[in-house]
Ligand binder design. Sequence first.
Ligand code: ADP
Ligand code: ADP
Ligand code: MG
Length: 673
Amino acid sequence: MKSLLIANRGEIACRVIKSARARGIRTVAVYSDADKRALHVQLADEAVFIGESAATQSYLSVERIVNAAQASGADAIHPGYGFLSENPALVEACESAGIVFVGPSAQAMRAMGLKDAAKRLMEQAGVPVVPGYHGESQEPSELQAHAARMGYPVLIKARAGGGGKGMRKVDSAADFQTALQSAQREAKASFGDACVLIEKYILQPRHIEVQIFGDKQGNVVHLFERDCSLQRRHQKVIEEAPAPGMSVAVRQAMTHAAVAAAKAINYHGAGTVEFIVDGSQALRADGFWFMEMNTRLQVEHPVTEAITGVDLVDWQLQIAAGFALPLTQDQLHIKGHAVEARLYAENPQAGFLPATGKLERLAFSSAGRVDTGVVQGDEVLSFYDPLLAKLIAHADTRTCAFSQLSSQLADSVVMGTQTNREFLWQLVSHPGVLACEFDTNFIDVHLDELTNNAHVPMLVAMACAELAAPGFFATDTDSSGGFMHHVQTRCIAQALGAWQLWGPVSRKLRLQIEEDYLTFTLQQESAADGAKGWRVRSTDMPEFPVKGVLITGRASLSGNAQVLVDDQRVHVQHGPFAITVNKPAIGQGEAIASAVDSVSSPMPGRVVAIHCAIGDSVKAGQPVISVEAMKMEQELCSSRDGVIELVAVQVGEQVSSGGELVRLKAMSAPDAT
Ligand code: ADP
Ligand code: ADP
Ligand code: MG
């Protein structure tokens, strides 16, 4: 194998390029219109354009992929996961074109491709399968009769399913037909195949899967298990290895069943045998059942790599090239504990709806492994899966691994699009997760807790402070473009810098937060330690619960604040928490230019000149008073147009920090529209 085409995009394309390059293999990326400047295109030695942005016109076209391989002289194709990775038509097209397919045979893929046929096959091989109906007939009344026989709740599954699509849990007979129709519609739309199977719904289930590997010589090994029970919409978000509570006896039974499954279909390459496990009590050797086999590399393969020290992509390449498995079963061991979080552009508050947007700032914590396919400045588009990155932690113990992952999540910066970062952080910090008290329903059951927004007012207050004094929260990026961290000294200098504008001590802002326009009043104050800050109140929201907190340039909670202001929005990230606030769409200038009612002294000093009198009309930026402080004379300006209502001091007077010097007549409140 000299040259490898990667028939995929995003993080997995980048991941494959890495291992291929380490073997000295030339890498060829493919890309659609939307991906012209994508990271995988830049990383590869060569890149071939394959079509329009819609996946059906590019990454899902067998013909275009094979043509690209031929045009670029690639002698092998790695399919990644998703897209064509489990499509036997690609394997056959490769065979006809004399290209090596990095993956199993078309036959093995077909055997496992449909969940119903796979279950029949596994039954024959003596592998325990989930009780249910996986026969040919699709007669609705017959399906319902099977459901009644096994007893509710049941799970209707698309036989061609994947990614949790075409799956419906049914709790009672009354709901069966509606759920069936909806599952069939989704299955037809997603996979072009409406056929379903019915399974007994396992209560308190855990998802535990076994990584297996086979070579073309007929050897099969397993690389232990992964627990992927933390799921939303039947899709994994946190995966770990080994599985919590796994005993030697259960592991032996489960891995034995997985190896038997692989041997039953003469499997070669990387594969995963997924089991649904009774999690209502301690794991039992008779308490797990085959669900399906994924005949490809799995999204969550890095946790297995972490605990075994094996580069799974490298093994895939070796096996595809005809070599035997590099290690025997006896040579494989578990070292420590690993956990992965899938960072998605999505909105957990809105049912995990995928989100789009530009990644205005992106910097990952360097504390653990990061597999990503995006860089700062990239646009998250709606054409593809919104997976941004996988953060992987590996440590001696489960507790340490979770704690490391929690820091990785909190310390990574993603601004410009909504993500599930905060949700993941809540999840990996949750006492139930830390105590291993979870099943696949955990996220649904704890959704409110995991998506609570108690800290939102604090973040809004930070947004206000930044708008009142640009540069108030200062951040810095290290030159390697890596982890962005907060430089304390610079931050303080900048905050003071904002002060030295001799700006007003009180400001009013109107911001759009989701659908509402809210008015905030900001008052400059000093904290006990001398740090300057803004106290933020909301007139529209009297209960705005940050009254007691002074937002300072050093932020107000422990940790660092990142604030980014663009044309339309203010993004705030503070540790694991983030918010995006829209500035008002119209009259942005006026709305943000504060309705400042007074001019005050930013620090103790002496009034040396007064340039206005009561009743004078003044313009924004017009000097109204001069104060001498620290041996320097400073002109203090009105920050808006207005009429002088009061001059509170006389020349020669000593003034304190924040003391009101000149007041303007109050302005009528800006129109909420
Ligand atoms: P896994 O068990 O590895 O999560 P899934 O069945 O959830 O397996 O799918 C694997 C990944 O493949 C998904 O996370 C998703 O990113 C990707 N994927 C699935 N279906 C598609 C598709 N139709 N187009 C693009 N990517 C897909
Ligand atoms: P997909 O191909 O979409 O990955 P799977 O059959 O692997 O479909 O199931 C996906 C998830 O749905 C599982 O990880 C599990 O959380 C849940 N699930 C599947 N089958 C059952 C079942 N019989 N009982 C309870 N939960 C199930
Ligand atoms: Mg699955």
